[in-house]
Design a protein around this ligand. Sequence first.
Ligand SMILES: [Zn+2]
Ligand SMILES: [Zn+2]
Length: 536
Amino acid sequence: MRNKPTFKAYLSAYHNEVTGSRLLVVVEFPDGSTKRVLVDCGYFQEIKYRYLNYVDDLDPKDIDAIVVTHNHIDHTGMLPKFVKNGYTNKIYMTNITQQLCPAFLNDCAAQQRENAQDMKERYPEEAKMFKPLYSAEDVEKTEELIVGLPYRKTVEILPGIKITFFENGHILGAGMILLQCQYKGMKSINFFFTGDYRMKNCFYEVPPFPQWLLDMPLIMVNESTYGNTNSDEIKKCLKANVLESFSKKMDILIGAFAQGRMQELLYFFKCLQDEGLIPEDYIICIDGSLGIKTTEKYKQILEWYNPEKKDFLPKNVIYVTPKQRDAVISDKRPKIIITTSGMLSNGPARTYVPIFLQKPNTMIHLAGYAAEETLARTLLDAKRESIVKIGHNVITKKAIVKTTRECTSHATADEMINDFLKQFNNIVLSIINHGSYENREIFAKRVAEETSAKDVGIIDRDNMYVIYQNAQKDDKYNDIFIKKTPAKLNTQFNRIFNKDAEAKRREKRRKQKANKKKMRNAAKRKRKSEKGKDES
Ligand SMILES: [Zn+2]
Ligand SMILES: [Zn+2]
């Protein structure tokens, strides 16, 4: 019997749900060499996982290359920490993401002190481990390692490993990544990472995939943020809400992320303006230095990427500086203010919200998901005329607060299945990634039932995959064997950070101790009484 050389790839995740995105591909070639590629290097934003930002569970010195899907901090925010801890190889992203990314990493660096302090207050017993993760200097070093690639250009990033970026409507510059592991004489192992995705974007067309990609045997790693939501469940109400506010001359305050949402909202208002729907006396303002910087970058990028859309700003839009903020607030004209942060907890929103929340003639609009412990969540949960605490301020909520999910930059479940996955003819394994535990389970079930994927699984810090390729290049069929194995990355930290589990354990220990004591006392009493019997 011929002894077959093994050609295999391991895929593991260092994240659990929707943020902190980090996927590791370890390729073992038949000649015994090994290469390790990290896909995304994200920052944990979910409160329950934030401690993981401070845990070193992966040695950056072991990584041979990093590829980045898009410029969201939960996919890029740990790059400077990796560089600080000894990563010196290249970081690949699209040439558009390369333009946008440094400003966001610097913004994240500037928040490090405050973030570490917040963690110390949350976990006083572990206070020592929470220090600023990196500085602006580390961001500078990171920038030097970045290689920007155009879409659809295949590049060999390491011997035997090639990547290609494909267009993605999630945000400007986002790329889906085809990662091909190749070895002479053998069939390749091909991963396709969707990253976060959406099929359309108001700033550019997402062209169709080439046929060769649709026919290629793929391990599809698919996000599932909206895995439990269909398009018809998303009500489109933004335009109607805005028009109603115009008719009542109300001020409009909208929270927006610095990249994507802010520019799309500006374009939305430009379209309304072109239709003559914005009353002449309204002023349109944007606030937040990162959002303003990114808006300017959008203009520069669209100039060459899609000139048709480069004039996406409404006429006379005002870029508000911190100095002008008070003047804008007291300006008597009705106004539209688009400000960071998206969930209103940070940035200039901290100034605007306490003031506008007290004004009955204001509509505060949220344009996306409101996470726990954010100001957006507090505002949504509070009834009108009730008391809201914002920092040290105690405020009566008089403004109207509305929200919509129509501005999402993620595909819904039906879009992911019908418009995306069903195009692919040869999905060997579909791995559901990046979504809440519940959404991943629900979406995985749908993918198994509704698509032609041969196998379906989910991935997080508890599950990993080993993919064996046994087929020679001229074999008629693929011979891929897949093993799902436990990764157990979570267990080592549960003890420290899962407070509920710790409390339960403490209670159990207390009960055990009490029981033992009880038994000891009972035994003592028994011995005493027996002794007494003997003596009597
Ligand atoms: Zn994203
Ligand atoms: Zn994401």
